[in-house]
Design a protein around this ligand. Structure first.
Ligand SMILES: [Zn+2]
Length: 209
């Protein structure tokens, strides 16, 4: 835990004031208004492990300005959300949603979705020069998702599954980016963070894999 804190990206604090005003910055599912902050719970151990893997890939690239992000499990979450709770970045996930995603597409899919929402918080604190060409905030969040996949050497079929999950659960807020815009942003992040572009192209083309 100490090492995680020193790397600076995640802070797994469970003591946010319950009444904190929260603004939803990204949601990967409908029903944002049903979110009930009083139902926030400790994240699961499996999710913690996957959050560590996201952290390992992203923290090196946002230091020294990485945001601190709190993560909670919440049965009322709109799949997966990033909120700004009085200045504190906060991720909440629906356990049912994560179970569905994990069972269908595995670890890499959870890593990618988590990294997308965490990417918004990084964009706010530590905008990355290498993604300046991307025209929209949502595409920059996707570039961080690609970075987490590349940094964790997610390839082959696992990478294809992660991309399928990203496509299946797009950010809900308009203006929505098309998959044709999102895929190059994901590829940019993947290659920027150590992934092989050829592997990405193979996995990103369902017709070929
Ligand atoms: Zn987003």
């Amino acid at each position: 835990m100490g090492g995680l804190m020193r790397r600076g990206l995640l802070v797994l604090a469970f003591l946010l004031p319950l009444a904190a005003q929260a603004q939803v910055l990204c949601a990967l599912g409908p029903g944002v208004s049903a979110y009930d902050v009083s139902k926030d719970e400790h994240l699961s151990r499996d999710t913690l492990e996957l959050a560590h893997r996201v952290n390992a890939a992203l923290a090196a690239r946002c230091r020294p300005n990485c945001p601190e992000i709190a993560i909670f499990r919440n049965t009322t979450a709109a799949n997966l959300m990033l909120l700004d709770a009085s200045g504190q970045a906060k991720v909440v996930y629906s356990p049912k949603f994560f179970t569905t995603v994990y069972n269908a597409w595995g670890d890499g899919a959870i890593i990618a979705l988590l990294a997308h929402v965490m990417g918004h918080a990084i964009n706010a604190n530590a905008p990355a020069a290498w993604m300046k060409s991307l025209p929209a905030e949502e595409l920059r969040a996707d570039a961080w998702a690609g970075c987490a996949l590349g940094g964790n050497a997610v390839g082959g079929r696992d990478l294809g599954e992660a991309l399928t999950a990203l496509k299946k659960y797009p950010p809900q807020a308009p203006p929505q980016a098309s998959w044709g815009q999102r895929l190059p942003a994901l590829r940019l992040g993947y290659t920027q963070c150590g992934g092989d572009g050829g592997k990405f192209d193979w996995a990103g083309n369902p017709g070929r894999r």
